[in-house]
Structures are given as C-alpha cells and as structure tokens.
Write a protein that binds this ligand. Sequence first.
Ligand code: NI
Length: 398
Amino acid sequence: MLAQIKDLAANLAPRLIEIRRHLHSHPELSGQEYQTAAYVAGVLSSCGLQVAEGVGKVGVIGELRGQGNDSRLLAIRTDMDALPIQERTGLPFGSRQPGVMHACGHDVHATVGLGTAMVLSQLGAALPGSIRFLFQPAEETAQGAAWMVQDGAMEGVTGILSVHVFPSIPAGVIGIRYGALTAAADDLEITILGESGHGARPHEAIDAIWIASQVITALQQAISRTQNPLRPVVLTIGQINGGRAPNVIAEQVKLLGTVRSLHPETSASLPSWIEQIVAGVCQIYGARYEFNYRHGTPSVQNDTAMTHLLETAAAEAWGDRGIQMLHEPSLGAEDFSIYLQHAPGSMFRLGVGFKDRHNYPLHHPQFAVDEAAIITGVVTLAYAAYRYWQTAPKHPSH
Ligand code: NI
C-alpha cells in the first residue's frame, strides 16, 4: 500500500506544485479566504468528495466515504489564511496581492490537504473507513477552529491529524513530538485602585503606581519560587497605564499582559494563582483591585496513540533519517488545540528548509519553502490515514 501511495503522490507532483503556486500568488487574509475556499472546494469535488462550503464562515469540508465497515471517522485539518505582510521573495509566483503574503506556509498546508484527498480518493475500496478533510479559515487570528467546531466539523470524528511547515527542518524530514507542541496563550488585565493625593504627602494617599510595581515584582518572583520550573510559565506585562501628573499620586493603574504555559493543569490553575498574589499585595497596602483573566488558545497536546501512528507511518515511508524527534515545544499558539478538545489527535512539523541556502523564519517577508516537502507531507498523511484503520479501535467507555 505504501508503494502505491508513493506512486500516486509522485504522479500528482506537478499538479500539486501548480496548486501550491496558485494559492501562493493569491493569498487572502484571515476570515476573507473566499477565492481560496472556492478553489479548494472545486478540487475536492473533482476528486469525487462530498463537499460542504461556508462551514465555519469561510471554511470547506470534504468527506471521503470509505467502502468498509469501520465506523471510525478520521479528520485531516489544514488551514488557508495568509498574513498582512508585503512579500519580498522575488519568486515568479509571488503574491499578487499587495501587503498580503503566505508567510506561514498555509498555502502548503492546503495543498498537502488537497494532495492527500486526491491520493486517498484513488484508493477507493482499500479504505475501510471515512475521512473528513477540514480546510479552516482564520488560523492566524485563532478564530477559525472554533468557527469550524461550532458548525459541527468535529461531529462523529474519532481522531484528527494536522501539519505545520517548519523551515528549520530540511525538506524530506518530518518533526514528531509527543505531548505539548505549542503553548496556551491567555490574556491578563489587572487594575490597581488606590487613592489620589499630594505627591509630597504619601501617607494621606494610596499610591497605585507603587503598588502596581510591587504586584509586578511579586508575580515575577512567585513564578520562580512557587511554579514548578519543569512546567514553564511566562508572564509578560506588556502595557501599563496610570497617573496624571508628576506631583499627584495616582489613584488607578491598569496592567495588561499575556500569559503562556504548556501544561493544561498549570494553565487551569493560573487565574486563581495570579489573583491571589494581586489580592495579597493590595491588601497589605490598602488598595483594591479589578482582575480579568481570559483563557485564549489552549496548548496543543499531541495524543500518544495518534502521534505513534504518525511516527510509525513516517518511519516506514522515510526511514529513521526522515524523522526528527522534537525535544522542545514552542511557546507560540496554534488553534488546532480547539479540535483536540473533541477528539484525540496529533500535529507534525513538515520540514520545508532548503539544504543549500539560508532559510528565513515563519512570518518573514522572504520566507520560502522547498516544494519537495509537499510530496513528503502528502505521503505521510495519506499513509498515516490508511494505517489509522489498522490500529485497534478504542472502545468508548460506557
Ligand atoms: Ni501558521
């Protein structure tokens, strides 16, 4: 089966590069992927998939029905949006949209998703179960996954796979990681409420600026003394506003920040932990406070069985040298985690780096990919999808 999948993918290579270059030269911003979605839907229909458009506002779903009697449903998720960046790659198929660029490789993701659909649709009777392809909008703004789920994209799904390009891994190599792949990214807003007064008579006032500085210091010190150092927490206050005049004691200071963490239990405990420190410091000096904590995108936690599926499929397809085990997660965020609240899944890193020239990072105006990676991605996903039905089904608990 692997040889057949590799053959099918190799035959599709010129068509896939054409698709990728079309998508690359026609980038669209998050939530506005109308042309991209229509194009994706067209390709899916031409392979005989059942297509639904306008899922999750601008998203597309393509369903490939298996011929066998395995009731499990595997989802393969890719994204389609570009970034507000002026492209400077100088490529002949560069962006035709001023100020918009596929600088995060989502053009490659969508192409890999389409290529996988093309390959698997040609396997026909060999597929014992069904596969649902999710093409989501608005990943960069961390909205698209939630929109897709709201519209029922995960109904009946028993497992999900996804992919993200990675320029620091060479093309032809797959990056695999068990457990935490990306961080939870939360928003923090603290207002310290003191009492105004004359700058010369601090004892008659409650100085919100001084208390805010104590709160910031206490939080940073508490991270190092009360959080498990093996479960990292990054708390950054990026904005601070307060005070009216040099000789007037400020009555109010607002602190705005971002909080990153990798472990779900840590993430869940952060709001009350932070508030306790704020409350403690304010109480010592007689201030009041307002506290708002918003959980944003959760951490991507790659499921063990689904990651093992990717690892064994990639190992069979490319050998040990085609796999790089990733020792570190990223403190960036990725809304694939929203799907993982509904089914176990795993995301792998697709190496797109050139071996013989400088590789610019993601979100850089000169970011470029070695297109050989497209076939690596398609074969890996298609073969992992095929192997999904060779694994024992997990019986739902009653
Ligand atoms: Ni991205």
